[in-house]
Design a protein around this ligand. Structure first.
Ligand SMILES: Cc1ncc(COP(=O)(O)O)c(C=O)c1O
Length: 284
């Protein structure tokens, strides 16, 4: 990880200030709006929101809740993406992304070892919907183009991977995908936006299980998808209709966690460097 310098000049400044805006009462962090539904003065106002002319708080399952939107803005900023959607879990974020960009007959290429739940989703659940996946080892990136079929819609991989911490070359893989019009979706959970920004390296969509390093305190489960609006808009509808929304209380906890993300991850990086150099000394 340390050998990899993300192409993100000024990242640490963005991390500290990412997406923080004062709310209408001047609160320095978005307050917890634990509401399922928001009020309107007229039917016309509701129609303006429902028909997409105005963005306003409406209904929490839709994601139109100020606490949730503020954390999404922060995550988009951290990853250098245009938009971000929060989810009730990392698996919810992955499944909505796959379902939004694949239909029955579509094909996915998954590279490297992946979290067991992701493997089960791709290998067991999706074939029942007519979505097939070819699994390549992390050492088989050379075979990526060969693995493509006319129906290939998406390349998916984690980097670093769970559990083996393999690091894959996002730029190289995304370049192959782009020559064939195939989306590159990167699960960057283990890196966090502090160590890696996949969008800056050519990925189309980034996914995080916020349950892990982003949340850290072992008191929240969540997921996030970040990328350009054109690729995120179809995912919004799946999240809404599958009911995969993160609860506002959880978004509020995540917002608390993000305020210490940079110092936590930098401390972890320093610890790993220390262990590596210490074990080298012992081996020598
Ligand atoms: C890399 C990675 N992606 C996704 C997931 C799924 O996340 P969640 O447990 O939040 O659904 C995990 C869970 O361990 C993971 O390690």
């Amino acid at each position: 990880m340390n050998d990899h310098q993300p192409k993100t000049a000024g990242l640490s400044t963005r991390c500290v200030h990412a997406g923080e805006t004062l709310d209408s009462k001047g609160a320095i962090h978005a307050p917890l709006y634990n509401h399922s539904t928001f009020g309107f003065a007229s039917t016309q106002e509701v129609l303006d929101v429902v028909e997409g002319r105005v963005e306003r708080s409406l209904y929490t399952r839709y994601g139109l809740n100020p606490t949730i939107r503020s954390v999404e803005q922060k995550l988009a900023d951290l990853e250098g993406g245009e938009a971000a959607w929060l989810f009730s879990s990392g698996m919810a974020a992955e499944s909505a992304t796959f379902l939004a960009h694949c239909t029955s007959g579509s094909h996915i290429v998954c590279i490297g070892d992946v979290y067991g739940g992701t493997f089960e989703l791709l290998a067991t659940n999706f074939p029942r919907l007519g979505i097939e996946t070819t699994f390549l080892l992390g050492s088989e990136v050379d075979r990526l183009a060969e693995a493509f079929r006319p129906a290939t819609r998406l390349i998916f991989f984690e980097t670093p991977t769970n559990p083996n911490m393999e690091v894959l070359d996002i730029e190289r893989i995304a370049a192959v995908g782009h020559t064939r019009g195939v989306l590159t979706v990167v699960d960057s959970t283990f890196a966090t936006p502090v160590n890696q920004n996949p969008l800056a390296l050519g990925a189309d969509i980034v996914i995080h299980s916020t349950t892990k390093y982003m949340g850290r305190h072992s008191d929240l489960t969540g997921g996030a998808v970040i990328g350009p609006k054109t690729l995120l808009e179809p995912i919004w509808a799946w999240r809404k209709n599958l009911g995969q929304m993160m609860a506002p209380e959880v978004a509020f906890l995540l917002s608390r966690s993000l305020r210490t993300l940079v110092v936590r991850v930098r401390a972890q990086n320093a610890t790993v460097q220390f262990i590596r150099s210490d074990s080298r000394t012992i081996l020598e």
